[in-house]
Design a binder for this molecule. Structure first.
Ligand SMILES: Nc1ncnc2c1ncn2[C@@H]1O[C@H](COP(=O)(O)OP(=O)(O)OP(=O)(O)O)[C@@H](O)[C@H]1O
Length: 469
């Protein structure tokens, strides 16, 4: 019996179609942040064909339908297939009320692009017309701090507590998935928490472009200006999207000047520093750079470990540190990928009803790890062992002898002998030109102690698993 059928059987009291969909949404509830789940997945009504070959989901309106299709349909299809054990055709349809009303008119191409930002996430429908578009889950509390984001975080916190003074505009740049969006939402949420009456707006640059286009088509620039020029805090994400959009740049320039003149604060993000932006007017670039420009770097190992443990905790799961270490060591690119890896592990653990361990993480991330298919090199061992024992890689070749350094070095030599084809003299050479007898001594010592000391054995086990990927 496949694991999917097993899951189905556990819902035997329902009718089989319901249980297929129920198993799927149970899984999505585990994978997605609660707010996303409640907004997009929970309201879906499902109809499952008798032979399970097709699932139709009914969605309240066209906007939601497009969003669910773009964001979740792929995942839903693959989950249904996994649970049922065979491909299941997925269809999305408008719920009757809306489809018969036929009020939908297709958005312009630029508006469709703007829909990449889920506008409904934290909008308060009662807030008479004005929507701040903040996602209330993205706060300073949930943002793990580390060397990689310390400066940006401190500057953002400063702006959130005393807007309008220093660091205006605040320009935050960095690669994809490193937490820029999270940080700007945190600024808005904090300001609103401290001063609930403030007029804050979070907007993605593409949405701004689309607002300009709409104002242009409908000749509503007065409203547009009223909306943007009256803010206390404007948070604008991914300004690199302004490239080649002259009219937008002009309007943004006007808004920028108006806001700065009245000491409102502007926080911007981009994938590069201001002078690295292309096809953006020079006068804007120089203004972007006129406050404070800070980078967010990719998170270092310890920060990745902390992020994993924190995110697991949010899901009420305790992730053992050794597993977090293993994952963080193998998923280095950005936080979004780290979150993806965590989701896979949590889902895998729930589906198979197994405790989270390195072995389980390895299985859950099989595809990802096999891509890396890393060869174990002595350099890799030195780096991994140094990371693990929190010493510098340079200490692997240095002459320093304190136990806090000498011991990890011996461990690295032992692993180099165990996991590579290198000879003792070659290994000695790679450890700062040491004699082969020094390496032999380390190999014997650690090998012997490993038999006696459970803790050392456990550490070596983690290191081996990590290195073998
Ligand atoms: N330091 C951190 N602590 C906790 N979560 C983080 C941290 N950094 C990033 N994240 C999370 O990683 C995910 C990606 O971050 P975010 O969307 O803010 O990235 P981004 O830099 O804006 O990327 P992009 O340029 O692709 O929009 C989010 O879910 C965010 O909450």
């Amino acid at each position: 019996m496949s694991e999917g059928q097993h899951h189905l059987a556990s819902h035997a009291s329902l009718n089989p179609g319901d249980s297929l969909w129920q198993a799927c949404i149970d899984q999505l509830a585990q994978e997605l942040p609660e707010q996303q789940f409640n907004t997009w997945i929970k309201p879906l009504a499902a109809q499952v064909s008798d032979d399970f070959s097709k699932v139709t989901l009914f969605v309240a309106n066209r906007f939601k339908l497009d969003w669910v299709r773009a964001q979740y349909a792929g995942r839903i299809s693959s989950l249904l297939e996994k649970i049922y054990g065979q491909p299941v055709q997925l269809e999305l349809a408008l719920a009757l009320r809306e489809s018969s009303a036929r009020t939908y008119s297709p958005p312009a191409a630029n508006e469709t692009a703007a829909a990449a930002e889920p506008p409904e996430i934290s909008e308060d429908p009662n807030a008479a017309g004005f929507k701040n578009r903040l996602n209330t889950a993205l706060t300073f509390d949930t943002l793990v701090e580390g060397t990689a984001n310390r400066m940006a975080r401190a500057a953002a916190m400063h702006v959130a507590t005393t807007p309008g003074y220093l660091y205006n505009p605040l320009f935050i740049y960095g690669g994809v998935g490193l937490g820029k969006t999270h940080l700007v939402h945190a600024v808005g949420n904090k300001l609103l928490q401290d001063k609930p009456g403030s007029k804050v707006l979070y907007i993605h640059a593409e949405q701004f472009v689309s607002d300009v286009v709409k104002a242009y088509q409908r000749k509503t620039f007065d409203e547009f200006k009223e909306k943007y020029h009256s803010l206390d805090l404007l948070l604008i994400d991914d300004v690199q999207f302004f490239a080649n959009k002259d009219r937008t740049q002009e309007e943004f320039f006007n808004a920028f000047e108006a806001l700065l003149a009245k000491k409102s604060h502007i926080v911007m993000t981009s994938d590069t520093y201001p002078k690295g932006l292309t096809d953006i007017h020079e006068r804007l670039i120089s203004r972007f750079d006129s406050g404070l420009t800070v980078a967010i770097e990719p998170p270092e190992l310890e920060m990745r470990v902390a992020i994993l443990i924190n995110k697991a905790r949010v899901e009420s799961v305790e992730m053992p540190e050794e597993v977090a270490f293993f994952v963080a060591k193998n998923v280095r690119s950005n936080v979004r990928e780290l979150e993806g890896a965590l989701r896979k592990i949590l889902a895998y653990s729930r589906f198979n009803q197994k405790e989270i361990s390195i072995q389980l993480a390895r299985e859950a991330l099989r595809d990802l790890l096999s891509i890396q298919n890393r060869q174990i090199s002595v350099e890799n061992i030195q780096k991994t062992v140094a990371d693990y024992y929190k010493i510098k890689v340079a200490d692997m070749y240095s002459k320093k002898r304190p136990a806090s350094i000498a011991r990890p070095r011996q461990i690295a030599m032992y692993l180099a002998k165990e996991l590579t084809q290198k000879s003792l003299p070659e290994i000695g050479e790679l450890f700062g030109g040491r004699d082969h007898t020094t390496v032999l001594h380390a190999v014997r010592k650690i090998g012997g102690e490993r038999q006696q000391m459970t803790e050392l054995n456990q550490q070596l086990h983690v290191l081996e698993q990590t290195l073998k990927g």
